[in-house]
Design a protein around this ligand. Structure first.
Ligand code: AMP
Length: 443
């Protein structure tokens, strides 16, 4: 559903006149200065948008009709995107004109590409003439978890393939100095960061946000849940005034708290809501197994060792449950890894890579660690415990059934958590079929 257009902001105001005025009195922050002579990319055979062939279909928007720069179109074509997803079709016509947007959308909807295409097109259309300074990005994206930050930066690199725009990630738990060097060695265009680490860089004088043209706040509801709002508030205050920047804010839910933040941080925003029913669920067969708590482990082990299960993410609500399950399955000879807040960042990154490479069949995760993970070809999601927040259910099952593939989700409901089913069904707008697991899976 496309929301109301509350007001208009001219792109020129955002990216040229306001920053121009600021640039005149801009003082260097005492760090290395960089000329705008980025190395030219090696010559490639000229690509034209005619090579990106997508049939015109009635009532379906195309990227071609949005006035997107050819270098970015090339990246979009290489990624194999054909038509904009619902949130892209609803938001891009506005965001490409410089409007602020608040989007109610979950992972799996294509929201990441929606904000990345906006940023990249803006930076390509408004190159900065003359010198720039180290540690002054033009766009900043903040996201609540390290995994999500890494994922967003990966998606950005895909889209940026045919441009000379760069992206730097700033995340806790990774080497500060390496990240610092990336900021100092080159002009930085896009920074993707978790709030805590971003503030570290600001405090140490390694990063300045006063040249920001586009600010993206992803998963605002999750930032609230995780207690990050004071930090996000500080970050937002370090960027230009809301009238002088473009702000894009995404959240899976619009609680009163989220709406109050959007009011403070956005300027005449357009509201776009993508209903969760349209997310993933069509391509996911959802099963609920009624099972006694003491039988859950046996059921899980039999499912994950079944030959028809290629690759599976198991969600549990608590870190200790994740750890115990992972230990038990490993002892039973199952190739499995775990992702949770208690796992150090470098270990998480390598676990995720091993899972992506197929070296691990099973990944066990908490909601926070598992959110936003995009791994192709996950055949099954198991909810070992039902999530307390029904939105997490949709997030969890959306890890499978992606990119046109079919997936299966299996939720275990026992005496302790079956009471959570009705709120999940309410959100889905549909009843879930509850069944006894087949006998052989309980042996
Ligand atoms: P997100 O909702 O941002 O987590 O994106 C979900 C997945 O959809 C990612 O793997 C994207 O690469 C993919 N995606 C995003 N936009 C499109 C599109 N227009 N067509 C096909 N796939 C897309």
């Amino acid at each position: 559903m496309l929301g109301k257009l509350f007001g208009k902001k001219n792109k020129a105001e955002v990216t040229s006149s306001a920053p121009q005025a600021k640039k005149a009195d801009k003082k260097p922050h005492g760090r290395g200065k960089h000329q705008q002579s980025k190395k030219a990319k090696p010559q490639q055979p000229a690509w034209t948008v005619d090579q990106f062939k997508v049939p015109v279909l009635d009532g379906k928007a195309r990227f071609h009709d949005l006035g997107i720069d050819d270098r970015l179109m090339h990246g979009i074509a290489d990624l194999g995107f054909e038509y904009p997803s619902a949130i892209q079709a609803a938001s891009l016509p506005h965001t490409l004109q410089g409007h602020d947007v608040i989007g109610k959308a979950q992972t799996g909807t294509g929201k990441t590409a929606a904000f990345l295409i906006t940023i990249i097109n803006d930076l390509l259309n408004n190159p900065i003439e003359g010198e720039r300074f180290a540690g002054e990005p033009r766009a900043v994206i903040i996201a609540p978890t390290r995994e999500l930050v890494v994922q967003i930066a990966d998606d950005a690199r895909g889209l940026l393939k045919h441009t000379d725009i760069n992206v730097v990630t700033l995340i806790g738990g990774a080497d500060y100095q390496k990240q610092q060097q990336q900021l100092q060695n080159n002009c930085v265009d896009i920074v993707v960061a978790s709030p805590g680490r971003l503030i570290d860089f600001m405090q140490r004088g390694d990063l300045y946000l006063d040249q920001i043209e586009v600010l993206v706040i992803d998963e605002a509801d999750r930032m609230l849940d995780m207690g990050f709002i004071p930090q996000v508030r500080r970050i937002v205050r370090s960027t230009p005034r809301k009238e002088d920047r473009q702000t894009l804010l995404f959240s899976a839910t619009f609680t009163p708290e989220v709406l109050s933040l959007t009011e403070q941080w956005t300027f005449n925003p357009i509201t776009i809501e993508i209903e969760p029913e349209s997310v993933a669920t069509d391509s996911v067969e959802q099963k609920v197994f009624i099972v006694a708590a003491q039988d859950k482990y046996r059921l899980l082990k039999n499912i994950v060792t079944d030959d028809s299960v290629e690759s599976v993410i198991v969600f549990a609500n608590r870190r200790d449950q994740v750890r115990k399950l992972s230990e038990r399955l490993q002892k039973a000879g199952v190739k499995c890894g775990m992702l949770s807040g208690e796992v150090p960042q470098n270990k998480r990154t390598s676990t995720l890579q091993n899972f992506k490479d197929g070296k691990l069949k099973v990944l066990i995760a908490t909601d926070v660690a598992g959110r936003g993970i995009h791994v192709k070809g996950i055949s099954h999601v198991v909810n070992y415990t039902l999530p307390e927040d029904p939105e997490d259910y949709v997030h969890r099952i959306g890890r499978t059934g992606r990119a046109g593939a079919k997936g299966t989700s299996i939720s275990f409901a026992c005496e302790d958590d079956a009471f959570l089913l009705p709120t999940i069904e309410e959100l889905l707008g549909d009843k879930l079929k509850c069944e006894q697991p087949p006998e052989e899976l309980l042996r």
